[in-house]
Design a protein around this ligand. Structure first.
Ligand SMILES: Nc1nc2c(ncn2[C@@H]2O[C@H](COP(=O)(O)OP(=O)(O)OP(=O)(O)O)[C@@H](O)[C@H]2O)c(=O)[nH]1
Ligand SMILES: [Mg+2]
Length: 475
């Protein structure tokens, strides 16, 4: 029976095979069959996963640094996968605490500038030092020795924050920038690391004491900054409510309230043992993205989803937006259905990474590049004119758009006119630089406002889903 088939000839047992050899041969054959079945199963699994991914909707969030990409992603999670969003609340608590401490550090830094600028040494008397005070210098500015004492009392908080970020977010060290924000590299597992620190230790292992202290048996991880923050609460409040401190900040041109991750107005609420971040707090928490993060969302609700088994799986790619990060976007251009482009309506600021470039000009250049990129010719574009709330307050404070964009001319300097001006500009770029006609969906957003943003992204999702189903010839 083996004579004609070469494979059978190879598999044919040797003529003089002993029972022992036969047993070994049979075992080897069984193992080979098992491996072969395993390979088949794996191929089938990969094929299924590939098919599933092909049916999934993939969107890329693009825009310059601080434009609101990660905040938009959080809105998607809050609206469509709220259980998952809320499960991560304690991770965000830690980020918010670190954001708050960072603002305190920045505030103290500005006070130090003031001391450096206004402190003079008194003339040294021939008899040597007259004072027993450790510092013999006199301050001529609005700050008093009480401010110095407050700074001394806050120093453990600042030291703890540096130590924590060094340990928990080692990425920040590699950037080596003073006073930098919290930043995380995609795929570094940063949420897992913060989760381990932020999740309370089992109470059975560590009985809870009445007053929590770091590293004490109060159920908190020793890296948890809560207790130090609570201990420093009154000092932070007194500094932030002090008019002399505000006059120094003003003199140095520092507006802490405009910095991302600003929580100094919420110290009362945050520096407590039982603080739980609200949804709004989480939206305002700031973590700078490095690289590209893939987020897989399985939608929990939706209209079209109810009528179709397609479109429940979404992949959203959140990217780092600073200039040095933009090369990491390109590999994702090939396999996406839509881009949500975040264009912050901030016309009077420059890029942090290149202060010679106006933020709005950078956004327009980026928009032009996206519209004209041949790899993206078939991709649906959704434009969020974001930070409308900041535009509103900038215009209300009397800043004139004409000063930064002369072509705005003498039109009324109000939100309605300015928004229309920008909308027309972005639409014109889209029309001029797209290879052929494609629709553009434009929304005015303030993505830290969860209510209005949720309504917008429900509409965006339905629109993208419809387009996707059409492409797949399902609608
Ligand atoms: N006031 C206001 N703040 C916003 C708005 N959108 C985002 N922010 C805040 O701006 C900061 C930056 O937002 P992110 O979403 O982290 O920005 P990003 O585009 O992901 O930035 P990178 O990760 O650096 O590329 C965060 O603290 C947000 O809370 C908005 O519409 N209005
Ligand atoms: Mg981000």
């Amino acid at each position: 029976m083996y004579d004609d088939d070469p494979l059978s000839t190879v598999l044919k047992p040797p003529r003089d095979e002993s029972p022992e050899e036969r047993k070994i041969r049979m075992e080897k054959q069984c193992e080979a069959q098992r491996i072969s079945r395993q390979i088949d199963d794996n191929i089938l699994e990969s094929k299924k996963a590939f098919e599933k991914r092909k049916k999934a909707i993939k969107i890329l969030l693009l825009g310059q640094a601080e434009s609101g990409k990660s905040t938009t992603l959080k809105n998607f999670q809050l609206t469509f996968t709220p259980n998952h969003f809320r499960d991560e609340r304690h991770i965000w608590k830690m980020v918010i605490q670190l954001n708050l401490i960072r603002s305190v550090a920045r505030l103290l830094q500005v006070l130090q500038y003031e001391w450096d600028a206004t402190t003079t040494s008194p003339p040294v008397s021939p008899g040597g030092p007259q004072s027993r005070s450790p510092s013999r210098s006199l301050s001529t500015g609005p700050l008093t020795s009480e401010h110095r004492r407050t700074r001394m009392r806050l120093s453990p908080l600042i030291a703890m924050e540096s130590e924590l970020t060094r340990k928990l977010l080692p990425e920040m060290q590699t950037l080596n920038r003073p006073m930098q924000e919290i930043c995380v590299r995609a795929g570094s597992g940063w949420k897992g690391i913060l989760n381990n620190v932020a999740a309370p230790e089992p109470t059975t292992a560590r009985p809870r004491s009445k007053c929590g202290r770091p590293g004490s048996s109060d159920g908190r991880h020793k890296a948890d900054p809560t207790a130090v923050l609570v201990a420093c609460r009154d000092d932070i409040l007194s500094l932030w409510q002090d008019s002399a401190v505000h006059s120094v900040l003003h003199k140095h041109g520092v507006r802490l309230e405009e910095m991302p991750g600003f929580f100094l107005d919420d110290v009362d609420r945050i520096a407590t043992f039982n603080y739980e971040p609200t949804d709004d707090d989480i939206l305002r928490a700031r973590v700078r993205t490095l690289g590209v993060e893939e987020h897989h969302l399985v939608m929990q609700s939706g209209n079209l989803v109810a009528t179709s088994k397609f479109g429940t799986e979404w992949y959203i790619y959140d990217v780092g937006g600073s200039r040095g990060q933009r090369h990491t976007w390109i590999p994702y251009f090939e396999d996406i259905q839509a881009i949500i482009f975040l264009a912050p309506m901030v016309f009077n600021q420059s890029l942090e990474e290149d202060p010679s470039v106006n933020r709005l000009q950078d956004t327009l250049n980026l928009w032009k590049d996206i519209c004209s990129n041949p790899l993206l010719a078939k991709v649906t574009l959704v434009l969020f004119l974001n930070k409308i709330d900041i535009l509103r307050s900038t215009l209300a404070s009397g800043v004139k758009l004409k000063r930064y964009v002369p072509s705005f001319g003498d039109a009324p300097n109000d939100v309605e006119n300015v928004t229309k001006f920008f909308k027309d500009k972005f639409r014109a770029y889209h029309k001029r630089h797209s290879a052929k006609y494609r629709p553009l969906f434009v929304h005015e957003t303030s993505v830290i406002d969860t209510r209005t943003t949720s309504a917008i992204i429900i509409g965006v999702r339905e629109g993208l889903l419809r387009a996707h189903l059409k492409t797949m010839s399902i609608l």
